[in-house]
Design a protein around this ligand. Structure first.
Ligand code: FES
Ligand SMILES: [Fe+2]
Length: 417
């Protein structure tokens, strides 16, 4: 399935993209064109973003038949719904009559498992089958008019979808993502908050920003007080031997920082996982350093281990794991100069709001940090828009942003070769 705006990319596009690729300098940030051009955005979506898997939510967001939530990805809207048979489906949120959005809420329950189009009331079940279409020909082939579907896969409670014709394998994801997610018990978690941040900037500025902590010292004072990862020394040495020993004792499956984006094996989805230490007496990412929710997964009945994990899958799905809560950070490309990112916070499924946790306590740090990120990313776009912008060299503290860009450039070079 190919969205229509991918079908007629301008013939001149390849030459323009090739010229832009030739102008990239190794070890330097990307030139302006990559953050501003609408045709290039279509290339990004078609040749990079759509080729990958993307986490769009958690199973707890649609626990029962008839439950659904919607997710945007690459300019498309999807309905993630649970059918009568309890199976999850990823349906394109485009009516098979004249194309209206079918679901308009971000999350809900379809009465009697029926999704009804608000325009002319064509009615689908939660697996996407067309059940009824008012005042239509007797011989209407309802069986040919089901909502279009894309592939969906659940890994430790997290729901991933892909639009790729030949989806990337998930072996690498199982090694880097699942091993960590299992320890933290994400399959037995629940979502307690979701928040979307609208960013006036290209999606690559959002991801590059996420991938480096060179900016943490100047831009995130609260974050930096709590995480040694913000410090140059910690990035050079991390994880230290004490951290490695704790990780091994916990069974956290890391192979010595060896999984970076551009090291993904051919045909496999990329995933990486990094451990780092909390700073000072902070046991988790909270306002005052104290726990904000009950310990999760294998940590139950044990204690905080003084560390946390960053885990990434594919180009848009980023996760942060503390022993008492998890954060999913999702980059949502919208157009050449507009992006959203969504944060989703999870705690143990048995934790009780008001008793075991307060939503505001769990969400405070990353909401605060994300508002700071929105500001710096938008400032970055304003500068990059300048005709006088010349990319400067990456710092060693931006190694992951640099690797991300190289991974992206390799995909584009392959596409226009
Ligand atoms: S567009 Fe959905 S019923 Fe007409
Ligand atoms: Fe940041």
């Amino acid at each position: 399935m190919q969205p229509v705006y991918f079908q007629n990319l301008p013939a001149s596009g390849n030459a323009a993209v090739r010229t832009a690729l030739d102008s990239c300098k190794p070890g330097y940030a990307l030139p302006r064109y990559f953050y501003t051009d609408a045709d290039l955005f279509a290339y990004d979506m078609r040749h990079f973003v759509m080729a990958h898997w993307h986490c769009v939510g958690h199973v707890s967001m649609a626990p029962n038949p008839g439950d659904y939530f919607t997710a945007e990805l690459a300019g498309e809207s999807f309905i993630i719904s649970r059918g009568e048979d309890h199976a999850l489906h990823a349906l394109l949120n485009v009516c098979r009559h004249r194309g209206s959005r079918v679901c308009t809420e971000s999350q809900g329950h379809a009465p009697n498992g029926r999704l009804v189009c608000p325009y002319h009331a064509w009615t689908y079940d939660c697996a996407g089958e067309l059940l009824s279409a008012r005042v239509t020909a007797d011989d209407l082939r309802r069986d040919l008019l089901h909502l279009k579907k894309v592939r969906l896969h659940v890994e430790e409670g997290m729901i991933f979808i892909t639009l790729a014709k030949e989806p990337l394998g998930l072996d690498h994801v199982r090694e880097a993502f699942t091993a960590s997610a299992k320890v933290y018990g994400w399959a037995r978690a629940k979502v307690i908050a979701r928040k979307t941040y609208q960013i006036q900037a290209n999606w690559k500025l959002v991801e590059e920003n996420y991938q480096e902590c060179y900016h943490c010292g100047p831009a995130h004072q609260e974050y930096s007080k709590r995480h040694t990862y913000a410090r140059p020394q910690a990035q050079r040495d991390a994880p230290d031997e004490a951290m490695r020993q704790r990780d091994r004792a916990l069974g956290i499956g890391l192979k010595d920082l060896d999984f970076y984006f551009n090291k993904a094996r051919p045909g496999q989805e990329s995933a990486d996982s990094i451990r780092s230490a909390m700073a000072g007496n902070f046991v988790t990412g909270s306002r005052n350093g104290a726990a904000v929710a009950p310990l999760m997964g294998d940590f139950k009945g044990k204690d905080y281990d003084g560390g946390f994990s960053f885990v990434d899958v594919g180009p848009t799905s980023n996760f942060v794991a503390y022993p008492d809560y998890a954060l999913h950070y999702r980059t949502i490309p919208l157009s050449a100069d507009r992006t959203a990112f969504e944060l989703m916070w999870l705690v143990d499924q048995d934790a009780v709001e008001g008793v075991d946790y307060q939503v505001d306590d769990v969400t405070w740090l990353w909401d605060y940090t994300s508002q700071e990120d929105k500001r710096i990313i938008e400032l970055n776009q304003l500068g990059v828009n300048s005709a006088f912008f010349e990319p400067g060299p990456y710092s060693p503290m931006e190694i992951y942003a640099q690797q991300y860009s190289e991974w992206y450039l390799a995909a584009l070079r392959h596409a226009v070769a």
